[in-house]
Write a protein that binds this ligand. Structure first.
Ligand code: IVH
Length: 680
């Protein structure tokens, strides 16, 4: 390659890497898989090494990405926040060790091997044991202040435990990773899918998108997690090694990695990395590699750093399991709100030990974006090690026999012409009588996410729909009249039938939000259902709401419920069928429990919520804080339980704070409380 060609290629690669950095760090919406990005960076590095005359201080190969966004206050880290060099090869991992062997003139170097958690880096400042702020990495020097959002993370203590043996430092910036568990990721994406809004590709993107939300109450609805793995600034200096660090942070009550390996020499490093590769599939979160760190802090200082990363650590990344297979057909599923989801039917292929024969393609745009045709050979990967996704098409194997997929213009289950609402990516079957939708709606109504009626699986719903016993939701409450027919279904069904009928009766008094969620109103997920229940207090009030009740003077009336959702709700209940559904439910004695009644100065944050106060607040007395909560429809209790919504904590808070952590109850301080009061 001539220098002129190399110069062009370097410029091109720099532009590509910068583009992907922008998408990944700022928008949490990457277009390519992490390992493909790593290949681009490696290629750029190789060219820059080969043609040093084109080196640049601004090259993305030697600068960390930048996650800072408008709308956040920036904060300067007291100690630079760097990234990590990474490799996919054992040989390079051994070369990393050899460089250190040369530097320290000894083979028996002590390392710590840790999981590399797939989330986003954060620096949390504690002063005198109190949480002061949480800042994203930003460009390494300054990051976005996301303290209000980070405070909603249950596992993040507002106050460190400080003991005589292990006192909390005067001041420290401690580094860690904010992440989402795979289960929480699936819960949120499932809700988004049903609401017809774009899905997050993986838990990392969703965690990054969440911490950058401008409304902390939205953040609190998603269960972010945090784990700490490093120290930035610390006064007085803390531990002398990474393994001591792990012990110490635990004593302060901070969450740390679930397992780490203190090892000696590179062979032990490699065994630990291999063991982690086995274990990580059982972790509740995504782990995309192992981080190998020199254990001694003194040795770390000697090893130093480059502009982007320390020389004393390296990330060994696991190659994601990928398989190539052919798309035999594309079929379509219909969800309970009518959303049509295309599914690729694959030539079955084994990926990470399981056979994959179907992969969701999510929506028409996704098929177009990835340029997927029927008959194409595609690469599939397991996102977050759980859900298989199509990464891309192997274009070199495309033949003229491959067919462009035509998205159906009619519902494949009821033949009704499909529709696409403004601003939605989803395509829907608008027919309320679509048999597949009816089954899905019934299934959702009785599911854990709604009324939670045990004993009514999808097979039984199918059977009851086929027999004509259940045509719509209210028929479920009429099943007692069909007890004889239910008993005639087989031998030994008396007990299970009676249990089911009892469960249905019991469900008549579930919490109101469960019934609202169970109605399958487009766009209305769990969080919105809770806000609606708190605001309207009853099904009739919700069904009779006007647009004005949601959106007035260009502003949302109900926090968490945007104008568009309000419009959808009004439209939903403008259909006589849906109003009748509410009337019938009431006739069948369905009496869902409303949260605590609305107060004059209504607020979705406070209404119906239970607060526990602990410690001394900087400016409010206990009575004043209680008065404010109660005036806005909230309750104050003395005991922290699983049902507590928030703990309002001040200085000197003790066992209630521990209980809150144990039960995963969000803890807020007076600043956050004041913000909620202002925004009520
Ligand atoms: S140490 C200066 N340890 O991976 C060294 N980072 O790809 C700082 N990460 O920016 C990082 N797990 O966000 C370290 N056990 C771990 C990690 C970890 C995940 C993230 C971190 C870092 C990125 C680099």
């Amino acid at each position: 390659m001539t220098p002129a060609d190399a110069k062009k290629r370097i410029a091109d690669l720099r532009a590509q890497v910068a583009h992907h950095n922008e998408l990944y760090y700022r928008h949490a919406q990457p277009e390519i898989a992490d390992c493909d990005y790593d290949v681009l960076v490696q290629e750029l590095r190789d060219f820059e090494k080969q043609f040093p005359q084109f080196a640049s201080k601004d090259s993305p190969s030697i600068r960390v990405g930048d996650d800072r966004l408008e709308g956040f206050v920036q904060y300067r880290h007291r100690q630079l926040m760097q990234s990590l060099d990474n490799t996919y090869s054992e040989e390079e991992l051994r070369a990393f060790h050899q460089r250190l062997v040369k530097l320290f003139e000894r083979e028996d170097l002590d390392y710590v091997v840790e999981p590399k958690i797939d989330g986003l880096a954060v620096s949390v400042t504690y002063e005198k044991g109190q949480l002061i702020r949480a800042v994203t990495r930003g460009n390494g020097e300054t990051g976005d202040d996301t303290t209000a959002n980070a405070r909603t993370i249950y596992a993040l203590p507002l106050q460190l435990k400080s003991t005589t043996a292990h006192p909390a430092p005067e001041a420290m910036e401690i580094r860690g990773e904010i992440y989402l568990t795979t289960a929480e990721f699936q819960r949120i994406n499932k809700e988004r899918e049903e609401e017809g809004i774009a899905l997050y590709a993986n838990p990392r993107n969703l965690a990054a998108g969440t911490i950058k939300q401008l409304d902390s109450r939205e953040v609190a609805k998603r269960k972010l997690e945090i784990v700490f793995y490093g120290i930035g600034f610390c006064e007085p200096a803390m531990a002398g090694s990474q393994s001591e660090f792990h012990q110490l942070v635990k004593t302060w009550g901070l969450p740390t990695v679930e397992k780490y390996w203190p090892v000696r020499g590179i062979d032990e490093v490699w065994s630990a990395v291999s063991e982690l590769d086995q274990l990580r599939h059982g972790f509740s979160y995504g782990t995309d590699g192992a981080v190998v760190k020199l254990d001694s802090f003194a040795q770390q200082r000697t090893a130093g750093r480059t502009s982007k990363a320390p020389r004393w650590a390296i990330a060994y990344k696991f190659v994601p399991q990928r398989a190539e297979t052919q798309i035999k057909a594309i079929t379509v599923q219909v969800g309970r709100t009518g959303v049509l989801t295309p599914v690729a039917e694959l030539d079955p292929v084994i990926l990470s030990g399981t056979t994959i024969s179907r992969v969701m393609l999510h929506n028409r745009e996704e098929i177009a974006r990835k340029n997927i045709c029927i008959g194409d050979y595609v690469f599939v990967e397991k996102a977050g090690e759980i859900i298989p996704v199509v990464i891309n098409v192997n274009k070199s194997r495309r033949t003229p026999a491959c067919q462009v997929y035509e998205f159906p213009i009619k519902c494949p289950f009821c033949n009704t012409p499909v529709v696409q609402f403004n601003g939605e990516v989803a395509i829907r079957c608008p027919s309320p009588n679509c048999p597949t939708q009816v089954r899905r709606r019934l299934g959702h109504f009785v599911s854990k996410a709604a009324l939670h009626i045990d004993g009514l699986g999808s097979a039984m719903i199918d059977e009851m729909v086929e027999k004509g016993w259940v045509k719509a939701i209210p028929d479920l409450f009429r099943l007692r009249l069909r007890r004889e027919e239910l008993l005639a279904r087989g031998k030994n069904v008396e007990k299970s039938t009676d249990n089911l009928l009892d469960a249905i009766d019991k469900a008549k008094t579930v919490e109101l939000w469960r019934v609202i969620h169970g109605l399958s109103i487009p766009h209305v997920g769990t969080a919105a259902s809770k806000d609606l229940a708190a605001h309207f207090g009853g099904l009739e009030a919700l069904a009779g709401a006007k647009l004005d009740d949601f959106f007035r003077e260009k502003k949302s009336v109900i926090t968490g419920i945007g104008g568009r959702m309000g419009k959808v709700i009004v439209e939903f209940f403008s259909e006589p069928r849906n109003r009748e559904l509410v009337t019938e439910l009431l006739q069948m004695s369905v009496r869902p429990q409303a949260p605590a009644k609305k107060a004059a100065g209504y607020s979705t944050v406070f209404a119906g919520k239970t607060f526990v106060l602990t410690g001394t607040l900087p400016s409010l007395t206990r009575e004043e804080a209680t008065g404010k909560i109660e005036a806005l429809g909230g309750k104050v209790s003395d005991i922290v339980s699983k049902k507590t919504n928030f703990v309002l904590a001040g200085g000197g808070a003790g066992s209630k704070l521990d209980k809150a952590r144990e039960f995963g109850v969000p803890v807020i301080d007076e600043t956050e409380f004041a913000r909620w009061l202002n925004e009520k």
